[in-house]
Design a protein around this ligand. Structure first.
Ligand code: SF4
Length: 329
């Protein structure tokens, strides 16, 4: 059977933020290499999680995919179109199909607008509905995210964090998107509420065939929602695999360290804690060779000078590490 075309295909994506110096004539003196040549694809109805520590480039990747910021190089093909070459009008049209849910349900909703107007805003901007039809659509969206349609007249500050995030999800759903970038969508919520919002995202995915790029630092949470997981370190993807494969047979020492730090009540995947040395180096001047070599417990001479290529170890499981492929690994 022919494989379905990916909905989103990202190839060699790079984002360097220039550092400039000088008051009158500014000169570039360096660059923060936030995203440094990453590739991945997402199929319709699939959840790909991007995980890694704070500052690894995962949120920047989410913004690049939606073209909220411009990439330095690389390609982003969404539904067969290269979004980097679209003009403003074309991009606006395409944005109907690509939405975002932000991390902070407290700061991402305008406190001066009612919840109904917040959800209606994208429908009005894209001239999708008006009048009574608009009210009906807002009511339906509130119901879809488990909120009472009568809440449309209330203001965000009258709601809890979980309810506000549901409003953010309703707004993202308004234009029937195919892809939603979920940027740490539950990390500001209480643990008890997190599962409810994750369940809602899963139900909506099943109902509408949504694809998610799910950005998170929380590997326990990602295990619940992701079909595949890409692990990022200092602007690079270091391992990408199906969820089951990654959690039961992580091969990159960084993935192993991240997983060893979370309590997992499953003896099959119990691991000895791996303590990482030092801090994450600066993306202004990342280490040569393998970027992880300054912290890796298995570092070898080659790691300091030669950047490891990706090795495919199983169907859909790729790892960038010199150890992989060696006898016994
Ligand atoms: Fe560690 Fe070397 Fe593998 Fe990098 S390439 S993760 S330094 S063993």
């Amino acid at each position: 059977m022919a494989k379905a075309q990916p909905l989103l295909q990202v190839e060699n994506l790079v984002k360097h933020f220039p550092i400039t110096k000088g008051m009158l004539v500014s000169k570039q003196v360096g660059a923060v290499r936030a995203v440094d040549g990453i590739s991945f694809a997402i199929s319709p109805g699939e959840t790909l999680a991007l995980v890694g520590e704070s500052g690894c480039g995962k949120s920047t990747t989410g913004k690049l995919v939606l073209r909220l910021i411009e990439a330095t190089s690389g390609s982003i093909i969404f539904a067969g179109r290269d979004i980097r070459v679209l003009n403003r009008h074309e991009l606006r049209e395409l944005r109907r199909e690509m939405q975002i849910i932000f991390q902070d349900p407290y700061g991402s909703l305008n406190p001066r607008m009612t919840v109904g107007s917040i959800i209606a805003e994208p429908l009005l901007i894209h001239k999708t509905a008006a009048g009574k039809n608009l009210d009906q659509m807002v009511s339906r969206l509130l119901e879809q995210v488990g909120l009472d349609p009568r809440y449309a007249k209330r203001y965000p500050q009258e709601f809890s964090g979980g309810q506000r995030q549901r409003v953010g999800i309703a707004r993202a759903l308004a234009l029937n998107p195919k892809l939603i970038v979920c940027d740490e969508p539950v990390s500001a919520l209480d643990v008890s509420i997190q599962a409810q919002v994750v369940n809602l995202l899963q139900d909506l995915q099943a109902e509408f065939g949504l694809a998610y790029l799910f950005i998170s630092h929380d590997l326990s949470l990602v295990r619940l929602i992701a079909h595949r997981v890409a692990v990022m370190y200092l602007g690079k993807v270091v391992e990408l695999a199906g969820q089951e494969q990654l959690y039961t047979k992580p091969l990159h020492p960084y993935t192993q360290a991240l997983l060893s730090a979370i309590p997992v009540p499953d003896p099959k995947i119990e691991m000895k804690p791996i303590l990482l040395r030092g801090d994450v180096p600066s993306p202004l001047n990342p280490p040569s060779g393998c970027r992880f070599h300054t912290r890796c417990p298995y570092v070898m001479d080659i790691c300091r000078t030669v950047e490891p290529d990706f090795t495919t170890v199983a169907n859909g499981h790729v790892v960038a590490c010199h150890l992989v492929g060696q006898p016994g690994v």
